[in-house]
Design a protein around this ligand. Structure first.
Ligand code: ZN
Length: 145
């Protein structure tokens, strides 16, 4: 039986979930909150390391800022994708204004930018507010859905 490590989006504890139970609304063994809420989780300097490094599933990060119009128009597309594609991957959002050190480390040059992490390492990135169909196509190209 294969077991998948999932970092809790609420308390950052690493949970070990049997792969075939991932779709059964698993809860965190520590804080008892759902491991998947069907929506993106906010990334901060405090939880970014656990989220990227302690998840066996890929993590897709939407790097955005509140003043950015295309970011705001992309937000509902990203939310819908989270509802559709969790738990195949974890959806997270990085506010690049509130977390400038993380944004600098990732060398974000334009927003919105999507970065796909696998095993804690950047696997792919794409910039611009993708329409839902294009986002899905891109995720299929990355073989994560
Ligand atoms: Zn938890």
């Amino acid at each position: 039986m294969s077991v998948t490590a999932i970092s809790c989006p609420h308390c950052q504890k690493t949970n070990r979930v049997p792969a075939q139970r991932l779709g059964d609304s698993p809860k965190c063994g520590s804080c008892k909150k759902p491991l998947f809420a069907g929506k993106p989780m906010p990334l901060t300097a405090a939880n970014v390391a656990a989220t990227l490094n302690h998840n066996d599933i890929p993590v897709l990060v939407d790097c955005w800022a509140s003043w950015c119009g295309p970011c705001r128009s992309f937000a509902p597309v990203f939310e819908k994708a989270a509802a559709e594609f969790e738990p195949k991957l974890r959806f997270a959002k990085l506010d690049t204004e509130a977390n400038q050190q993380v944004a600098a480390r990732w060398q974000i040059r334009s927003i919105p930018t999507l970065i796909l992490f696998k095993g804690g390492k950047e696997a792919a990135r794409v910039s611009g507010a993708l329409p839902a169909a294009q986002l899905k196509q891109w995720l299929q190209q990355q073989a994560v859905i």
